[in-house]
Design a binder for this molecule. Structure first.
Ligand SMILES: [Zn+2]
Length: 202
């Protein structure tokens, strides 16, 4: 006797949900059942997914999320002439929420990682130097991870920016060792920004 199971379309839904980060088989099944309880839920979720996919993109300037070509931060004329370099677009919001920084950002799109075959050409480094040539930044703040790859990336960027005649600093102590910005709370981030130290000399 063949044991009973959910119909194939439902199992296909569970399989898709299981592909989401952090969702195990039991959670996927619960989510699928919840979605099927109300005919409106799948439509609303589907519409939100499509709208996010079609509408949200990365800012051409800094790499943050936006709807048009440029994000709200880049079109904000009241920002200070400071440029904070982060690894990922998702690192920008924790700094914004800390309230300790009112400058602009540049997301590199990752960090140097020989093991994962990520080299300088894979990061938004050319875009960074273009911004420095074009803009009037008084300081570049490197807010990268403090693990080995983050440190290697910081060193690389410091060397790369040396000819540009801009003050370069990096976040102070207080950042979790070996951690990225996502694992830091807002107070830690605010203190790390306030206590940043020079990383390169003009
Ligand atoms: Zn932007």
């Amino acid at each position: 006797m063949k044991s009973a199971d959910y119909p194939e379309p439902f199992r296909a839904l569970v399989r898709e949900l299981r592909r989401l980060p952090g969702v195990g088989p039991r959670s996927a099944e619960r989510l699928a059942l919840w979605l099927m309880e109300d005919g409106e839920r799948p439509s609303a979720l589907s519409a939100a997914l499509t709208s996010a996919r079609d509408g949200v993109r990365h800012c051409a300037e800094c790499g943050f999320f936006c709807l048009g070509e440029h994000c709200d931060i880049c079109i904000d004329g009241a920002r200070e002439p400071l440029l904070c370099v982060v690894e990922r677009a998702t690192d920008i919001l924790p700094i914004e929420r800390s309230g300790a920084f009112r400058g602009r950002y540049h997301a590199l799109g990752g960090r140097l990682s020989p093991l994962e075959h990520v080299g300088p050409e894979d990061l938004r480094l050319g875009e960074l130097t273009t911004r420095l040539e074009r803009g009037h930044f008084t300081e570049v703040i490197l807010a990268l991870s403090t693990d080995v790859e983050g440190e290697a990336t910081t060193s690389y960027v410091v060397e790369m920016l040396a000819p540009y005649g801009v003050n370069i600093s990096r976040l102070a102590q207080g950042m979790p060792a070996g951690g990225g910005l996502e694992s830091a709370d807002e107070l830690t981030l605010a203190r790390a920004l306030a206590g940043r130290r020079q990383a390169g000399v003009v």
